[in-house]
Ligand binder design. Structure first.
Ligand code: SF4
Ligand code: F3S
Ligand code: FES
Length: 252
């Protein structure tokens, strides 16, 4: 065991463990009036992830620690949290990429009601998502016996926004959303974008009208926190700008 910084070779990373201190913001609504910070020391390898630390704490130190995770591989979007003040997925955040000479702060994402420890109520987030009608709507029949044809260029038009995993890292890092929970938020706009610019869809105008609301795209102040936070590398702010332009044009 060592508490040195992580100047390791790949062999060291696999064989040398470190004591890492985690400060986790805990909240039990049945006991606590306010959230409180609790520290845990955990033996970690450089190649471990923050999610591994949470598992070790839960399994070996405090079984009451509450957090969401499912896939553990950056696909399901369930373990977005604030790590050292930045929204990230715990399953994609490696210990070697953090400064372990200081405690690592872990807390729930902001702007959504805190339920317990690292778990927030995602319902307001998904309510906005549902409002933008995030599904293909094409009532006209394709030519008999034919598929709905889409060119490579047409498919590429919305490729970036197909990558969303609904983790809420973007929306919960947006200062506008922190102060106005009614704002649709970047994730809903990203998922509207995915269908607005799909050449097969026939209801783009409906979605543009929905987002031309006082709580729609015009609330965005181009802060870019959402783009910085997105674990899928989606150009969120650019997608929002494209929806704004489509509203001004009146068509995708
Ligand atoms: Fe998560 Fe990115 Fe989708 Fe936002 S746009 S919900 S950050 S994957
Ligand atoms: Fe918020 Fe992203 Fe706009 S952080 S203000 S939605 S650019
Ligand atoms: Fe599924 Fe992290 S646990 S994205």
């Amino acid at each position: 065991m060592t508490t040195a910084t992580l100047q390791t070779t790949s062999t060291d990373a696999a064989t040398t463990s470190f004591t890492v201190t985690f400060l986790i913001r805990r909240f039990d609504p049945e006991v606590d009036a306010e959230p409180r910070w609790q520290d845990f020391d955990v033996e970690m390898y450089a190649t471990d992830r923050v999610l591994d630390a949470l598992h070790k704490i839960k399994w070996e130190q405090d079984g009451s620690l509450t957090f969401r995770r499912s896939c553990a591989h950056g696909i399901c979007g369930s373990d977005a949290m604030r790590i050292n003040g930045r929204n990230r997925l715990a399953c994609k955040t490696l210990i070697k990429d953090l400064d372990i000479t200081k405690p690592i702060y872990v807390e729930a994402i902001k702007g959504l009601p805190l339920e317990k420890d690292l778990v927030v109520d995602m319902e307001p987030f998904f309510a906005s998502y549902r409002e933008v009608q995030p599904f293909l709507q094409a009532s006209s029949a394709p030519s008999a016996g034919k598929e709905r044809v889409q060119s490579v260029a047409e498919r590429a038009r919305f490729d970036d926004t197909t990558k969303c995993i609904l983790c809420a890292a973007c929306t919960s890092s947006c200062p506008v959303f922190w102060t106005d929970g009614q704002y649709f938020g970047p994730a809903a706009i990203v998922n509207a974008h995915r269908f607005i610019f799909d050449s097969r869809d026939e209801e783009a105008k409906v979605r543009l009208d929905i987002l031309n609301d006082k709580e729609g795209v015009w609330r965005c102040r181009t802060t870019f926190n959402c783009t910085d936070a997105c674990p899928r590398g989606i150009e969120v702010t650019k997608a929002i700008a494209e929806v704004k332009q489509a509203i001004l044009r009146g068509t995708p």
